[in-house]
Design a protein around this ligand. Sequence first.
Ligand SMILES: [Fe+2]
Length: 428
Amino acid sequence: MTANVEVQPLPHWETKPEDVTGATVEIKRALKERIARSGRTVEEVFADLEARIARRVEAIQAEREAGEQVWPVIDFADIEAGTVPPELVAKVKERGCAVVRGTFPHEQALQWDRDIVDYTTRNEFFEKYTGPADDFFASVESTPEIYPIYWSQPQMEARQSPRMAAVQGFLNSQWTFESQGRQWFDPNRDSLYPDRIRRRPPGTDSAGLGTHLDTGSIDLYMTQGYQDVFRHVFSGDVESYDPWDAAHRTEAVNYPASTMCSAFRTFQGWTALSDMGHDQGVLHTVPIPEAMAYLMLRPLLDDVADDELCGIAHNQTFPISWKWHPLLMEAVSGIPDVQAGDTVWWHCDLIHSVAEVEDQVGWGNVMYIPAAPWCPRNEAYAGSVREAFLTGSSPSDFPEEHYERDWEGRFQPEQLNEIGRRGLGLTD
Ligand SMILES: [Fe+2]
């Protein structure tokens, strides 16, 4: 930004606007004007970006047709030894996702799966379960088999494992976490973001989960924090947008919603607790981190009504569709076969979906464990996580189901190691 050009601040709403339609019209007008001042129209900026993304899509399709693996696959042993080949590191940056083979030994992960069955059965979870308590996936067709369980031995053992910490540290360090004279997060300290378990039995018919984004919704346009995150996109300098730049990421806050994640996650992730075939209703992504810029600019084109954001709505997941994003939909790519103990990771802005499956072969079991590095935002959330941990409650980002409060065999404070204590903010 040059000093002699006066740039009007963008209108912003730090709480959800009363009049969302009016705010949508206002922010879209302001963004179009700002981009036009860059010397290119929104249409021109978008066309350049689209051409760049199209080349990435073609490369992905060519690899798929050649029978190559689109998702980078890394051996845990290489992460542990610091010997991940540079070309593989480059591939992680390019694709924004990875499978880490053998993060945990196969037999340990299978034992964890049995332990979860034991924990839930012993405490009569299935007798007490009253059905899904949130509308998280209301805008996306789905029937997830999610257990609102957070504090089992296997979950906490994995969260505080040095092996998990090594993988998280490797993934965090793909980000630029120091800039503008600040360290935005600590790549080597995780905040142990507690999430749920999925166990999907053999024979399941599932419609899967539609293509979506978890980053946010209208708040991505309307809050100052996200306007700072997307400052290059919103000023027409989309070539400077770097999906790995952590600047302002840890300060941007979403409007309260059932879809909200209070923590900043560099990557979303899960740990496989069963072997899963690549064609058994597994995770897919659009493995192009820069597609986020495409998503943010798309509603500004002339074919979208002034009060429309291509289906983005408060309190609903951000939908990606053939109607508005056909180029991106061409690149949807699934994970390879995974074994219990492998971990699967995708950049927090990556578009993702879960494929449909009929008569699923084998179990589809995972523990959701992301990389949520220590930063002021995650430290603040860790305060409420600590309370939930000590009382066996559901964490405050999730529905107030609290199944585990009086459960036997719950992970106890005296079982925390140094990683666990640091992650919960019980020690520095
Ligand atoms: Fe998601």
